[in-house]
Design a protein around this ligand. Sequence first.
Ligand code: ADP
Ligand code: ZN
Ligand code: ZN
Length: 821
Amino acid sequence: MGSEKYDDSLNCQQSYPQKHKILENQRLKRHIATPNQASNLNPQTLTYPINVLVNLPVHANISGPLTYLHETSLEAGTLVRVPFGKTEVLGVVWVGVVEKPKAPQTHNSEASEKGAKGEVREENDPAQQSAQKSPSIVLKHISSVIEGIPALNPQWLELVGFAAGYYQRSLGEMALQALPPQLRDLDATQIARRLKKSQSKSQHKTHNSAPDNLPSLSPAFNREGLQIKPTATKAPSALIENHHDLTHEQLNALEVIERQTGAFLIFGNTGSGKTEVYMRRVQATLAADPKAQVLVMVPEINLTPQLEERFKTRFAGLLNAHGSSAIVCMHSAMTPAQRLQSWLAAHSAVARIILGTRMAIFASLPHLKLIVVDEEHDPSYKQQEGARYSARDLAIYRAKQLGIKVILGSATPSLESWHHAQTTPGSAQPPRYHLINMPSRIGQAQMPKVQIIDLNLQPRGTVFSNQLLEAIKDRVQRDEQVLILLNRRGYAPVLHCRDCDWKSACLHCSAFRVFHKVDRTLRCHHCGVVERVPRHCPSCGNADISPLGKGTEQLEELLAELLQGVRQPNGQAMNILRIDADSTRLKGSLNHQLAQVHSGEVNILVGTQMIAKGHDFRKITLVAALYPDAALFSSDFRAPERLFSLLLQAAGRAGRDALLAPTRQSEMWIQTQYPDHPLFQALRHYDYTAFATQQLLEREQGYLPPFSFQALIRADARSQSDAQLFLNSAREHAEQVLLDIRSQRANSKASWLSVEPTLYPAIPMTLQRIANIERAQMLIECGSRLMMQEFLKHFQGRLQALQPQFKGVVRWVVDVDPLTI
Ligand code: ADP
Ligand code: ZN
Ligand code: ZN
């Protein structure tokens, strides 16, 4: 059963698609064609064929780089603008041998025409698809080379190449999407202006080297004065402003990280001082190498301001020495201009500490020496559209590629990471990750005591049991804060007519429209349709239509009612604040609301999972989860893992203030109909290990990840049967695909070649219809990552070829290592 006997690591070179293998360093460093290759051209117009990646969002096996001409050869990774259809777009010079261009260079456009019916083909340009096979279109010239920005380095190109291959996307899409949008949108002159600005922003005097038009072959970043000079005056310790005495666990963690190489998993309780460990390691890394850059990732945009503040306070010395660009953020809530600024700072190695969300994994970091992935278990690290990459997994890849350390941290590691940090019984192999335990919370702070309320013993329809309500009152009256967690925004998930049983179904989705009382609307959270609440039942005219179920809005209202008259110790009325996607729609509103909580103004905080993660609320001593049960019986095998992690994270918000905690035991309340469920029992003792062990056993028996590898092919179509028929027809080719793979490698003895992928019949997705599009999926499971990769690569071709026969199919996508099934 164990898949370990195959090389199943994400890093395995073999899984790297063959055609990207040309990415050998020396070839990357140099130009892609030699002058004598082009020498059969008119010497007056000596040109070089250059492979350029542009954003062609098509699958990997269709679109490689396009070929353009230029008067000089260009270093791979050089940014250029090229004509593309009627417009001009940003391109990245790619490596690759362009065979002898036959003058006049022409080539055929068959590949792109064939592609014109594929997945995202609208954007496809009948332009210059791969030069090799050529006879009919004249190749176009590169319009301009973007000056002042050194070429992206070979490691970056390789990362992008790997990601494209692994996640089954086109190279061009991967590469171009990994760059800041403004870089794609601005022309060369505008970019030059930005560069100037960013250079004057960084405190360094730029030595005025004459701008050379030819991209230099010297190592990147020695040019244009973008390089950082090590400041000898700043001793490493001067970079640190604030010293804590480290705990034994923190010291141990740092020692292990210092001594060992590779990947580390810090299994550390919330508030155990993990962030402190990250900061210390960052400091050590920067101290050891005057040019070093470090990347610290967090899952949520909301968590970046807090992290930024901590790092900026801690590394004030670094900011003083190197200017404000020494620490930059990267996330999608930044303006395009800010993103470009950060990117340039990172790319030019001015930024030393890069804090960001998943997108930051693609930052160009020429001196990257350390990666930290905080809350590594968080599903937000997986991109859910377009190229569905996992930033956590790519962090592991990138660290291995560069031979640097990567630290994953979590109180509830993903079961994949946990598995990789365990010694396999009977195996002589050390685990893939070094496991570091940090079970104790800083100071006296203890985890809250878990109180489980059996809803079966409560009157029907109970929202707050009396015990819980009393506990809440008690906390408020002592000026402590309460957090109520309910993962459902809006007032009620459904509006209902009791007479005729009408429900507020969305006409376009297989979902209900949610009742929002504040603006009296019915909103579909999937397709976004908004409508005013009808006065009468649309079906029978009954005036008495009522909300079914509870959302955060209603909880807020209900609590205010139930706790009427409850006062804070200072005699003032109590404050309830709701934080969810609705309350924080306006820019800046979340920060404002969080500040209200931190200042102590708020007594009770009601919210969705948004507030459960990461925030360092000091005065919260009671956390309550109201309806956690749905996840226990989900069809998604990861639902329990997510629930456990959410509840533990939420519990971690309580009792963080060590000064408050010794006198007052904090509490975590759970109201459930399944009080004896093993998940709650494990939670009661905060026993992640027991939970993980039991879950992994189930996964192993069910041959589920991490014991097998999965991919989902999803099809969107006009009708459910179209979608399923398409997938099932493709499935019939699986046998042949396998035969092809094996016959291509007839001489190979690789053990993975014998592993069979399993293709399950297509089924409707849980959310079957969104915005009138029917959705179906087909699950593929395989015991070998290599075989999965190889299989998908070939299988895509079949899907590509089949699609034209299925007119109703709108699009299809591949999700490798999907997180939701
Ligand atoms: P985690 O990241 O594991 O949740 P943090 O690093 O945020 O934990 O630490 C929790 C709190 O404890 C923070 O307020 C931090 O400043 C403080 N802290 C961390 N390490 C120490 C230490 N060695 N001594 C005292 N306080 C510490
Ligand atoms: Zn009705
Ligand atoms: Zn809808």
